[in-house]
Structure formats: structure tokens, C-alpha cells
Design a protein around this ligand. Structure first.
Ligand SMILES: N[C@@H](CCC(=O)N[C@@H](CS)C(=O)NCC(=O)O)C(=O)O
Length: 236
């Protein structure tokens, strides 16, 4: 289908990968423009015109701008998934189930795992209290996914949808915070099933990562050991 999509993103970030996963499933052509967080480009005035919240991902499709990854997923489904490959038709029970899981990810898994990432990998101080709080909450949310996937192959309805895409983009990175998926066997199986999809293989590696998988693992291990070397500020 004709489009004029530009995705503003950075390689490998979970919220951006949600969008490439959907674009690839839908076989859409799109341009990408890097917004380099290390240079704080997301706060540049030109980008704030596209996302007033100054965060990636964001999309332009012709004159239209869309920000917040959940909104982008819903937009792509509405506009381009006319055959309902990765979504359900508006008004159906499955549609609202799908919407519920997208919101669950946007309001839960993303923000909580995001904070766990921050305190475990990037904080300027070490707080065992904060690490524990966000790790526990992330695990609680994973146990919600686990019980859903115990009795269902997919989060909504009977096929892979944007609901799965939203949570998968985060759950595939659980190892960064040493969250072991062995404790969530149905989530693990679901992750592996998604990783086997051709479009997902492309989606997780677009735009191409400048680092190899091993370099990424080493980088995150170094980030965790820096935090481990800091005194616990809770005891100050
Ligand atoms: N709720 C937003 C979160 C977006 C977000 O936090 N993006 C991160 C990268 S994954 C970012 O742009 N961080 C830079 C910043 O906070 O300035 C979404 O789902 O799109």
C-alpha cells in the first residue's frame, strides 16, 4: 500500500523495535532517520515538532505525525492492516482484548522495566531499594503475561498481533537486568516463537545496530558491574 512513512528512531531500543516489528510484518516500505539519544537530539526543536514529548520513536506519514509507540502501533494497524494480519477489526471483542494488552504494556511493562533498566544499568547512584522495587514490579507484570500465556497462544485472540509486539519488544531484553525467563516458561516459549518469525528477525535489527550481539552483552555487563561497584545510597 502507498505510504510516505519516516520512522524516527535509534537501533535496538525496545520502543522503536515495536514499530519496525509492525512495519516489517505489514511489508511496508519506510524511511528511517536516526535520532541520537547520546547527543540529546530528541530534545532538538525540529524533533519536538514531531514529538512534543521529546522521545523516540515517532513517525511521520506525509503531513501526519504520530508519537508514543502504542499510538503508532494502533495507527499502523488501522491504516495499513486492512487484512487484519496483526490486529482485529474495530468493535470486536478481540479488538478490545488486543487494546487492553497494548495498554498493559504501555502503562506497565515499559515504564517499570524501563526504571529497572535505569537503576540496574545506568543510575549515578546505587539504590538497592529502587532496584528491588522495579525488579519486583517487572517480575509481577511478567507473571501476568505468564498466566495469560499458560492458557492462550497469543495475548489477544488466536494470532500474533500488535499486543504481542508491544510486550515482546521489552521482554526480549529481560536478560539485560538479569531477569531469567526460566521462571516464566510460557513467556519464554512465546518469545522464542516470535523470534522465529522472518519479519521479527528483520524487525529487531532495523535500523541496523552498530554493535554486534557480543559487544552489546559486554557493554551491558560493564554497566551492571559499574552499578555493583557503587556504594548503596540507601545506607547513607
Ligand atoms: N511511552 C513512550 C516512551 C518512549 C521512550 O521513553 N523512549 C526512550 C528511548 S526507548 C527515549 O526517547 N529516551 C530519551 C529521553 O528520555 O530523553 C513510547 O512508548 O513511545
Amino acid at each position: 500500500m502507498e505510504n510516505n512513512i519516516t520512522l524516527y528512531s535509534l537501533d535496538g531500543t525496545p520502543n522503536c523495535i515495536k514499530v519496525t516489528l509492525a512495519l516489517e510484518e505489514l511489508n511496508l516500505k519506510y524511511a528511517t532517520q536516526t535520532v541520537d539519544l547520546r547527543k540529546n537530539e530528541q530534545k532538538n526543536p525540529w524533533f519536538l515538532e514531531i514529538n512534543p514529548n521529546g522521545r523516540i520513536p515517532a513517525v511521520k506519514d506525509g503531513d501526519l505525525r504520530i508519537f508514543e509507540s502504542g499510538a503508532i502501533l494502533l495507527y499502523l494497524a488501522d491504516k495499513y492492516d486492512t487484512n487484519h494480519k496483526i490486529s482485529y477489526p474495530h468493535g470486536t471483542n478481540e479488538y478490545y482484548e488486543m487494546l487492553s494488552w497494548v495498554m498493559f504494556q504501555m502503562g506497565g511493562v515499559g515504564p517499570m522495566q524501563g526504571q529497572a533498566n535505569h537503576f540496574r544499568l545506568a543510575a549515578k547512584v546505587r539504590s538497592d531499594y529502587a532496584i528491588d522495587r522495579y525488579m519486583q514490579e517487572t517480575k509481577r507484570l511478567y507473571s501476568v503475561l505468564e498466566s495469560r500465556l499458560e492458557t492462550h497462544d497469543w495475548l489477544a485472540g488466536t494470532r500474533y498481533t500488535i499486543a504481542d509486539i508491544a510486550s515482546f519488544a521489552w521482554v526480549r531484553n529481560a536478560e539485560l537486568i538479569e531477569l531469567d525467563l526460566q521462571a516464566f516458561p510460557n513467556v519464554k516459549k512465546w518469545v522464542e516463537k516470535i523470534e522465529g518469525r522472518e519479519a521479527a528477525k528483520r524487525g529487531v535489527s532495523l535500523p541496523p545496530d552498530v554493535k554486534s550481539a557480543q559487544e552489546r552483552r559486554d557493554m551491558f555487563a560493564a554497566m551492571r558491574s559499574r552499578i555493583d561497584g557503587l556504594g548503596n545510597m540507601d545506607k547513607l
